[in-house]
Design a protein around this ligand. Structure first.
Ligand code: FIX
Ligand code: ZN
Length: 425
């Protein structure tokens, strides 16, 4: 047997752990930004504590606090209230709370002191440049895909002057207003000089295609993306259905980039909570299957938000090689559900899946979201490889390294038909 062959379960456990810990990660969806985007890049303890997941959890313990009063507070005052409510007055074992403590601990701060101001002093001592370097080092993430939305004024202005993109980041062209709010979006396109009208005339189609080409040439996105409601259907006689069929998909083929659908968000069920006010609903996997079947020359990335959609989506990916499933998104990004989904996906799809993305909105979160998910992916992979060893399969070290590299971005880059920037030169 070659020295490469894994000889025992103990050797498997330690070799797999080292591989998981040292394989660079491509994080295929986040809300992070490069330094060029200024205040859009969020980082530090007060941003961590006012992450919308924690805002929602805080209000559950604050029946007398008006939403208006909270939003009128300063960022520091909001963070103080979240810290006091979720960390001091109650044990912080929810996943979003635990994540804050993982970050502080991995930064080498003493979590046992519970001294929020001491933590603030640490962050105040860092520059954005220094902290970006530290977080990428500690998280083991090699590259992060942003969410770049030309309909956000603050972001669009940066694109008018930005030069080279920080090589640690990639772009994704996000199109929710175009697909989900046509009635208020087409006038904006018109003011930007695109010849569109409310009706879906040939002129409008050409105008929207021209808009997409301009932003793809400007951003060089890895994919075009949208979040969609549980009611999403295809085909659908609606502005969204028409834009997808006549604009998104032809342009995606022209530039050979996937269309990423993130399906199952009920937006602002509680508007007073802002970004924390979105909820989840079961969606129709058949809409995804119809798109994959009708447009075999298009590539589709897809993640769904409802737990009950995960099995159907994984089965759909077995039917369509132009469908790549990714992530344990948002309300699914919790250890119990990550493990359930990862086991099911590995059993149905093997390595042809991207099991996780971070969805980070705050830079520091890269540390905890990946620490926590690596541990679960390792646990599931250990069981899968153990099953193989029990049949007498001779497991090679290089094959484990290959598989982990695929799960941490390699399968995604191959699906994009682009070189993996993390691949060893
Ligand atoms: O649509 C999205 O990209 C969602 O991920 C976000 O809108 C959401 O607020 C989020 O950050 C979830 O993790
Ligand atoms: Zn997101």
């Amino acid at each position: 047997m070659s020295i490469q062959t894994i000889q025992s379960k103990d050797q498997l456990r330690s070799f797999l752990h080292d591989t998981i810990q040292t394989t660079p990660i491509t994080d295929i969806h986040s809300h992070l930004f490069t330094e060029d985007f200024g205040g859009l890049l969020l980082w530090g303890i007060d941003e961590l504590l006012t992450y919308h997941y924690l805002v929602a959890e805080t209000f559950r313990f604050q029946p007398e606090l008006s939403y208006e009063a909270f939003w009128a507070m300063s960022k520091t005052e909001q963070a103080d209230l979240v810290w006091q409510t979720l960390f001091i007055e109650h044990s912080p074992y929810s996943e979003a709370c635990r994540g804050v403590l993982t970050v502080l601990s991995r930064l080498g701060l003493d979590v046992s002191t519970r001294d929020l101001n001491a933590y603030r002093a640490f962050f105040a001592s860092m520059s954005t440049t220094e902290y970006l370097k530290l977080v990428f080092k500690l998280s083991g993430v090699n590259t992060v895909c942003m969410t770049n939305d030309p309909f956000v004024d603050e972001e669009r202005e940066v694109w008018e002057t930005i030069g080279e993109i920080d090589p640690r980041f990639h772009t994704a062209l996000r199109l929710d207003p175009l697909l989900n709010a046509w009635d208020t979006t087409w006038p904006r396109l018109k003011t930007w000089g695109y010849s569109v009208e409310e009706a879906f005339s040939e002129k409008t189609i050409q105008g929207v295609q021209s808009f997409l080409r301009d932003w793809i040439r400007r951003m060089n996105p890895l994919y075009m993306a949208v979040s969609l409601p549980p009611s999403f259907q295809f085909p659908e006689e609606s502005p969204r259905g028409r834009v997808i069929e006549t604009c998104i998909l032809p342009i995606a083929r022209e530039f050979d980039i996937p269309f990423a659908m993130m399906i199952g968000v009920n937006k602002r069920v509680n508007p007073a909570l802002g970004d924390a006010g979105d909820s989840v609903g079961p969606s129709d996997v058949r809409a995804v299957e119809r798109l994959c079947a009708q447009f075999p020359d298009n590539k589709f990335l897809c993640t769904m938000l409802a737990r009950e959609n995960q099995h159907g989506l994984a089965v759909a990916a077995r039917k369509f090689r132009n469908l790549h499933v990714f992530g344990c998104w948002w309300f699914l990004n919790n250890p119990s559900l990550i493990e359930e989904m990862t086991r099911m996906r590995f059993e149905l799809l093997g390595v042809s899946v991207t099991p996780q993305h971070s969805d980070c909105r705050v830079l520091d979160q890269l540390i905890y979201k990946w620490d926590h998910s690596r541990a679960i992916i390792e646990k599931v992979l250990f069981d899968k490889y153990s099953d193989l060893m029990d049949t007498g399969w001779s497991l090679q070290q290089a094959e484990i390294q290959r598989d982990v590299a695929d799960l941490f971005g390699g399968s995604f880059w191959r699906f994009l038909n682009r070189p993996n920037p993390a691949a060893k030169a």
